[in-house]
Design a protein. Sequence first.
Length: 171
Amino acid sequence: MRSTCIIIVWILHVAEALRADRPGTVRQLYRHSVEVSPLFAQPAELGVLTDTAPRYDGRPLTPVAPMTDDVSTLYAKLLGETAPITWEELQPFFARGALLRVANDFDLVEVALAVAQDDRAKVAAWLEGGQLLRMDAPQAQDWLERDPQLWAVVVAPWVLAQERGARPAVH
């Protein structure tokens, strides 16, 4: 599921670059994708994104099927909007009471999806179980002192934030 969402987001970026007739941007996206994920390692064999591939002729792109806000599309959209952030940038949202903290062992995007879809049963269960909490002053003070690696996504009117652990060592 996650790899499908990554591919969807990548395709959207490529389509936007093609629409703006920026082949250099498309090549940069491809190179970045190959570095990040092995899923994109073979497109050059298909003649895609290479210097010999046909150039975009400027005609409007016609999607095969219209995009809808079904679950996978919304998940991909939220995944694309999730980004690292500093505590300093989150403080105004904390001051307004609009900051929710997601437990470290939960999927931040999955929680954002439930909030965006107004899935009251899931959100209530997470609030009850402590996996989703309104940010409190002691936790805010802890994040201020430690300055941990944080990730956040906006699901208006809320900002959902999560502390990420250290990256695993590569052997």
